[in-house]
Write a protein that binds this ligand. Structure first.
Ligand code: SF4
Length: 470
């Protein structure tokens, strides 16, 4: 089915179907290899953990080498820059491989396959792609692979709402785990493609979420991150479900050492949530709170549903109630019609909040969204200068935030070995600061006290405080 964004936009309600997934094992392949490449956000990374489990249920084994693969799966992104180019670059390489061995199966999934126009582009220009699947029907991938017969099989559910329980994941980590609590988003910010590619909001039933976290605790996981495009709208689409604050509390009570959540929308951030975060020591005091713009005029054009003043009130409330609250944000510059005055409003909020970190972007129109149709007369060079100015400020506060930790003791959950220096281990503080640590690899998977010895713009260095390991 081809995506129809206008249709999706018009629908005001959806009826979510709740289903149990049949994780049958069908060893169609006998140790042959699969290659899986993932683009984009945590949601896609977590979807790939599901894809990996399904592929291995078919008897496939993972390879990092495209040329060795019998099954190639590209899990794509519709938001991140260059993601399209990279995917189409891979498809070029796949074409040569398919010419040599037509039995290779090439599959494309993820958000990009649900973007308007992409399916027809694949049909016309990449006929050797065997399977196109969407974010809603990942569970269909095993069947699509088993039935791949050399014809292009396109099955992209653009708007149907289904929530599957009993799905399998082959998780990237044995220490930290993503737990989806909802899918899709109902906010329809005017620049955002997510409600079109991921569909309307569908919350999982809380019972299954708690069962999943309980199972992770039993397996020895130390941290869960509750995942959703707009986590704090959790439950609003389900009659009789608990609020996000109550869900957070229930997850904290499972006894997991650390609970995190991404991403929150300021509009859905309640006092109940703030009180819950403040009450439980195992709910981490790290909050990602997207600002997007500090100009009321631009916020309105973006459809963000809050003003600069409301954002600042919320920010202060969190800072006042949650001990050591660390707040990061997302900011877009160069939104259609943005003036220097609008930018100054944004810079003023950054100067007021002194964010611990920020992801900054130049507005990039996504086809099919209302913002893509807005008049945009600002030259790209001007937008780049604005981004530069914003980044200078953001980086200054990010460095200042890190400097506060110098010579202090922090608790770090050690997640692995440093990619840059294999003699070091790495992990995250409660406030989500990345720390490179001089220390023993035996500490991986433990929460340990670390003394910070150096503060950089985007990370900290530290050494293990040996005497009090927990
Ligand atoms: S809340 Fe987030 S995911 Fe939802 S439409 Fe807005 S930007 Fe997109």
């Amino acid at each position: 089915m081809k995506p129809n964004m206008i249709e999706a936009r018009k629908r005001t309600t959806i009826k979510t179907e709740y289903l149990e997934y049949d994780n049958k094992i069908n060893k169609l392949f006998n140790g042959e290899k699969y290659f899986l490449r993932t683009y984009g956000c945590q949601m896609n990374v977590h979807d790939s953990e599901q894809i990996r489990a399904y592929l291995e249920n078919l008897g496939l084994e993972e390879t990092d080498t495209l040329e060795k693969a019998k099954v190639i799966v590209l899990n794509t992104c519709a938001i991140r820059e260059n993601a399209h180019d990279k995917v189409f670059g891979y498809l070029g390489r796949c074409k040569h491989l398919k010419e040599e061995d037509p039995s290779i199966i090439v599959a494309i999934g993820g958000c990009m396959s649900q973007e308007e126009g992409v399916v027809s582009e694949i049909e016309q220009k990449y006929p050797y792609v065997d399977i196109v699947f969407g974010t809603h029907n990942i569970h269909d991938l095993p069947n699509m692979i088993m039935n791949a017969k050399g014809n292009q099989d396109i099955d992209v559910y653009s708007i149907e709402g289904k929530v599957y329980e009993n799905t399998l994941y082959k998780r990237d980590s044995k220490i930290t785990a993503w737990v989806n609590i909802m899918y899709g988003c109902d906010k329809f910010c005017t620049y955002c493609i997510v409600p079109y590619t991921r569909g309307r909001q569908r919350s999982r039933k809380s019972k299954y979420i708690i069962e999943e976290v309980d199972a992770l605790v039993k397996e020895g996981y130390k941290e869960v991150t509750l995942l959703g495009q707009n986590v704090n709208a959790y439950g609003k689409d389900l009659e009789g479900e608990i609020s996000f604050a109550k869900l957070l509390e229930s997850v904290a009570k499972t006894g997991i050492a650390r609970v995190r959540f991404v991403t929150s929308h300021p509009w859905d951030f309640t006092d109940e949530m703030i009180d819950t975060i403040a009450k439980y020591d195992n709910i981490m005091p790290y909050i990602h709170l997207p600002l997007q713009s500090g100009s009321d005029r631009i916020l309105k054009l973006m459809g963000r549903r809050y003003t600069k003043e409301e954002y600042l009130n919320l920010f202060n409330k969190i800072k006042n109630k949650v001990r050591n609250a660390t707040i990061t944000t997302d900011i877009i510059v160069g939104f259609p019609g943005e003036t220097e005055e609008d930018l100054n409003d944004t810079l003023e909020v950054v100067n007021t909040c002194k964010f611990d970190g920020a992801f900054t972007f130049i507005f990039s129109p996504r086809e099919g969204t209302p913002a893509a149709k807005m008049e945009d007369n600002t030259p790209i060079e001007v937008k780049e200068q604005r981004l530069y100015k914003l980044n200078e400020l953001v980086n200054k506060y990010s460095k200042e935030s890190n400097l506060k930790y110098l010579n202090k003791e922090v608790k770090v959950l050690v997640t692995g070995v440093s990619e840059k220096d294999e003699d070091k281990i790495v992990g995250y503080t409660e406030e989500m600061k990345l720390v490179n640590i001089e220390g023993d690899k035996d500490n991986i998977g433990k929460i340990i006290p670390v003394i910070i010895t150096d503060a950089k713009s985007f990370s900290l260095d530290g050494k293990v405080k040996e005497e009090i390991k927990c």
